[in-house]
Design a binder for this molecule. Structure first.
Ligand code: ARG
Length: 599
């Protein structure tokens, strides 16, 4: 089943062609119900092209439209908008075609995979291994996981790459320190355990700042590491493995899968980058590649320093060393040439906006990335404290991600314990293990949902009270909405899986029609998120769906369900409940959130 957006786009595109031109149908959901469910803004642009009046063009398009099976007769409004109102019979038919699901974990709620699967790289999380993961890494991990899940659901091949910082000068200091305080690491690297990476870093740094001899030793260690000295490499690997182990504890807890592709993975690739650029420079074919003060650079149009001087992307420093740009160019070569990716998404904070703009421009300029490959920096804003200040511990240090998650889970536990019992039911009794599991799910869900529900580019304030509220666009509300629908099945004494698929869906009451529409718009939401990579489109959709369901199930505003008569109406409504629960569950899963059957 195609999304409604796609269906309408196909029909309108065909009508435009019949008018004798070519043009984008420009379909979008209407902001206001008064104007129907969807609108096309195509006529305005086409009118310019044809030098005709936009309303006339709109009329000509409507004239040629074959759309009776989907919509009422389209209406033309304002300067030339075409408004569409979906027919309940179309909604009913579409919902009816969604089969019941035996296995909720693999359920697609009737959505087929894309006909044009791509190979996509999602570069996510990517902390620096020198330190413990801190709150700053939450967004990249959670947003990256969500977009990867949506793209995978759509049927693309997704490489989730964790581009950790595991190379560079600060490792000299860390390894030199490690060798001094844990000399046994040389012989038994696999036994290395560093309980607290953060204080280990601070110890090393303190020694570095105070001790000239140690500084020199650190420098020599970097050189040895880069030269490939076997012992230094062994210590380095032990340290990175240990740091990654800390990271993967968090990934496992968050349910995030990824593969580690740190900077060091591209060591050979970086040499290749420089070799190729030197060749370009020497060939004189691309004037953009040249030396500047001894450094190898790519000069790009439109990038200047504050003083108005050209600002090039430096790929090899004048001392011969490589930098962030070198390794990122190497990742691009690998992703395009080896993985054959046609879309590469970098989920990295907005602070690195210029780095990516220059990187992408350079990769295209030197011809390594053609027009068939899409490079996207998915930049996000900062997570701030509740007071709106940078997120710090009371002592001014960085907050460990693990501590933040622990706190959210502890607070969620209190919410779960205080939560009043489900309406009309006796006090639930959960075992302590169940309470633990629910608190963990709700706490992590709250943190993720809150993060994903904000527009990605703005900063947001981390506020546990708001994210754990039972009302509003929050995870607890969504989880509760899901559990509540599932409980309807139990109360009605039916197993949703066993509802006959073949029974007609009957849509009559406005709340029923509104719910049906929302359910079918799931495909639209997925399509938009897959294209624009904006998770908040999905959270907004799910919130609207939960509200539409509430209204449908409301004693006054909605319809009867469990005690509806006749049986055909009851079954149809229970089918709507089933589909609603499944869409909520799938939608939350695509956000990286597990549902709970009872809450
Ligand atoms: N490790 C980097 C940092 O902490 C982020 C890497 C993002 N990915 C990339 N391909 N540059 O800033």
């Amino acid at each position: 089943m195609k999304s409604i957006l796609e269906l309408l786009s196909d029909r309108v595109r065909a009508a435009i062609a019949r008018v004798g031109v070519e043009g984008d149908p420009q379909i979008q959901a209407s902001q206001d119900e008064k104007f129907g469910d969807y609108q096309s803004n195509a006529a305005m642009g086409l009118a310019k092209k044809l030098a005709r009046n936009p309303r006339e063009v709109a009329e000509a398009i409507v004239e040629k439209l074959e759309i009776d099976d989907l919509c009422e007769r389209p209406e033309i409004a304002g300067p030339g908008f075409i408004n569409f109102r979906l027919k309940p019979s179309f909604l009913a038919r579409s919902l009816q075609s969604i089969a019941t699901a035996d296995d909720l974990d693999t359920d697609r709620v009737g959505l087929p995979p894309t006909e044009k699967p791509e190979v996509i790289v999602v570069d996510l999380s990517s902390p620096n291994l020198a330190k413990e993961m801190h709150v700053g890494h939450l967004r990249s991990t959670v947003i990256g996981d969500c977009v990867a899940r949506v793209l995978e659901f759509q049927g693309h091949t997704v490489h989730r790459e964790n581009h950790v910082g595991d190379w560079g000068t600060q490792f000299g200091m860390l390894l030199a320190h490690l060798r001094r305080v844990r000399p046994e690491v040389v012989d038994r690297p696999s036994e290395l355990v560093i309980r607290d990476l953060e204080s280990f870093y601070i110890e090393a740094k303190t020694r570095f700042d105070a001790d000239e001899k140690f500084k020199e030793e650190s420098r020599e260690t970097v050189v040895a590491l880069q030269r490939g000295d076997a012992t230094t490499r062994r210590i380095w690997k032990a340290f990175c493995d240990e740091s990654l182990r800390h990271c993967h504890e968090i990934y496992a807890r968050l349910g995030v899968r990824l593969i580690d592709r740190g900077e060091s993975y591209y060591n050979e690739g970086m040499n290749e980058v420089v070799r190729r650029l030197e060749k370009l420079r020497d060939s004189g074919r691309i004037d953009a590649v040249r030396d500047s003060d001894g450094a190898l650079c790519v000069f790009l149009d439109g990038f200047t320093t504050r003083e108005g001087q050209p600002l090039p992307l430096m790929v090899r420093k004048s001392d011969g060393g490589f930098n962030y740009a070198t390794s990122d160019l190497a990742t691009i070569l690998d992703r395009v040439e080896t993985l054959k990716a046609t879309r590469i998404v970098y989920v990295v904070g907005l602070a690195q906006k210029q780095h990516f703009e220059m990187l992408f421009a350079a990769a295209r300029k030197v011809g390594w990335v053609g027009p068939d490959v899409c490079l996207e920096h998915l930049g996000f804003g900062n997570m701030l404290s509740k007071a709106g200040t940078p997120f710090k511990t009371r002592e001014g240090g960085t907050v460990k991600l693990k501590d933040l998650l622990d706190e959210a889970v502890a607070r969620a536990r209190r919410v779960v314990e205080e939560q009043s019992p489900e309406e009309g039911r006796v006090q639930r009794s959960f075992t302590p293990q169940q309470v633990d599991a629910i608190a963990e799910t709700v706490g992590l869900a709250a943190v993720k949902y809150f993060d994903l529900s904000h527009s990605m580019t703005s900063d947001y304030r981390f506020d546990l009270d708001t994210m754990l509220a039972m009302e509003g666009n929050t995870a607890p509300y969504m989880l509760y909405a899901y559990a509540r629908i599932r409980s309807i099945g139990r109360k009605a004494g039916v197993d949703f899986r066993e509802l006959p698929s073949a029974v007609p869906i009957l849509l009559d009451h406005p709340s029923e029609i509104a719910l049906a529409k929302k359910l079918l718009q799931f495909a639209d939401a997925i399509e938009v998120v897959g294209r624009e990579l904006r998770p908040n489109v999905l959270t907004d959709y799910l919130y609207d769906l939960a509200k539409a369901f509430s209204r449908f199930y409301d004693k006054k505003l909605g319809v009867r369900v469990i005690d509806a008569t006749p049986e055909s109406v009851r079954t149809s409504r229970l089918r709507l409940c089933d589909i609603a629960a499944r869409v909520l569950r799938l939608g939350l899963r695509l956000l990286g959130i597990d549902t709970i059957e009872q809450m």
